[in-house]
Design a binder for this molecule. Structure first.
Ligand code: HEC
Length: 111
């Protein structure tokens, strides 16, 4: 019983630390982005699998090879363009969440 309580306490602590870090990583323009949802959607829609076929490695070299995408608005627009082109059927809040993950992991844009 005690063990369980301690365990769930640690678990909820980890979750709350995770959340506060996550929020600090979301720029104002992407307010409301859900980074966990964003990563899940990227797995689900095989974003990396296709990018790997194009650039090799882990596929991450596809992200901003020429610095062409240099604002948060452009980045989200690019995700939306892929969404439309590939007919992924993502909702705007999902596109927002994916853009936030890409920005946190690759683009690191401030505005
Ligand atoms: C069927 C293949 C395919 C799938 C699936 C795919 N992409 Fe792409 N993506 C590409 C190709 C090819 C490019 C390079 C286009 C270019 O450079 O003009 C690209 C480029 C991009 C770029 C722009 C990179 C840059 O900085 O110039 C972003 C952002 C992107 N994809 C996001 C996504 C996301 C998010 C998903 C999943 C929801 C996704 N893509 C799924 C093929 C794919």
């Amino acid at each position: 019983m005690t063990y369980l309580t301690v365990k769930s306490c640690i678990a909820s602590l980890a979750v709350s630390i995770g959340c506060s870090l996550a929020n600090a990583e979301v720029p104002a323009l992407y307010a409301g982005a859900d980074l966990t949802q964003g990563s899940q959607l990227m797995g689900q829609h095989k974003c990396s699998a296709c990018h790997q076929r194009n650039v090799g490695g882990d596929g991450n070299d596809i992200y901003n090879p020429k610095g062409r995408i240099n604002t948060l608005g452009l980045l989200r627009g690019m995700v939306e363009a892929c969404n439309t082109q590939l007919n992924l059927g993502l909702f705007p809040d999902e596109v927002n969440s994916i853009a936030a993950v890409l920005n946190r992991d690759h683009y690191k844009l401030k505005q």
